[in-house]
Design a protein around this ligand. Structure first.
Ligand SMILES: [Zn+2]
Length: 257
């Protein structure tokens, strides 16, 4: 059981509470779908109406334990803004605080290590546009070379420089960073990246290398990517989100406490 916490619903704005519930939902959904790296990895979101503050899981918790009230609130200088038994260390502040500070267009930043996205991150060919799940990232994905653990705030600038104006970042020999213009968008795009990575790894193994793989022409990949981007921002109205919440309400309803 996670530590019993008093609800912070009466200490935050209705908009912040809504964001807390949505972000807690994404942690629980990832836990339910097998995204699990002990207490590591974070999903974060900017506090609505408070542009220089963000919500993130405390380092002491597993994804499956996160609730709306257990999320911790930090500013970009590393100050915790609401009393909590939980905290984060430098890594979370560098990656999440750094990207949310440097990219005001992004409202959510998800960073995970999964066996699939770590394996994809070491491939010299990167993510190939060989499935419907992969082509949506075509032209929107950047790469960041491994330069050690993110223990130093100076790492913020290097990550932002690699990300440039893109929304998604393969962190070489490390994992992936998914930016979202909304929390549901970060979740859905993370799902697509994960499936794209798994499919590519399976295809490479089955084909015995890149030579045996059909890669669509560049204009087709561009067209398909534009088709997806043309549909606009993924919000809580996207059909996947209410379906996911229905599932979560049934099997893990404590996320919204
Ligand atoms: Zn990491």
């Amino acid at each position: 059981m996670s530590q019993e916490l008093n609800s912070v619903a009466d200490q935050v704005s209705p908009q912040e509470w809504e964001a807390r519930v949505a972000l807690a939902a994404t942690y629980r959904l990832m836990a339910l779908t097998g995204i699990f790296d002990l207490t590591y990895n974070h999903l974060s979101a900017r506090v609505p109406g408070q542009e220089d503050a963000y919500l993130i899981k405390g380092e002491q918790q597993l994804f499956r334990e996160v609730t709306a009230s257990s999320l911790v609130k930090y500013d970009f200088a590393g100050k915790r803004l609401l009393d909590s038994p939980y905290s984060i260390s430098a890594g979370g502040q560098v990656i999440h605080g750094g990207v949310l500070q440097g990219r005001p267009d992004l409202q959510a930043v998800f960073h995970t290590h999964t066996p699939a996205n770590m394996a994809l991150s070491v491939l010299k060919v990167g993510l190939l546009p060989i499935t419907q799940h992969a082509v949506r990232f075509y032209g929107h994905l950047a790469y960041h070379d491994f330069d050690g653990f993110e223990f130093d705030v100076a790492g913020r600038d290097r990550i932002l420089a690699s990300l440039s104006n893109k929304q998604f970042l393969v962190m070489r020999n490390h994992g992936v960073l998914i930016g979202g213009r909304t929390i549901p968008e970060a979740y859905v795009e993370h799902h697509h990246f994960e499936y794209a990575a798994r499919a590519q790894l399976s295809a490479l193994q089955a084909a015995g290398g890149v030579e045996g793989i059909i890669i669509p022409p560049e204009e087709v990949s561009l067209h398909a990517a534009n088709q997806i981007r043309g549909r606009g921002v993924i919000t809580e109205k996207n059909r996947d989100w209410p379906a996911l919440i229905r599932w979560l309400d049934e099997v893990s309803p404590e996320y919204k406490t």
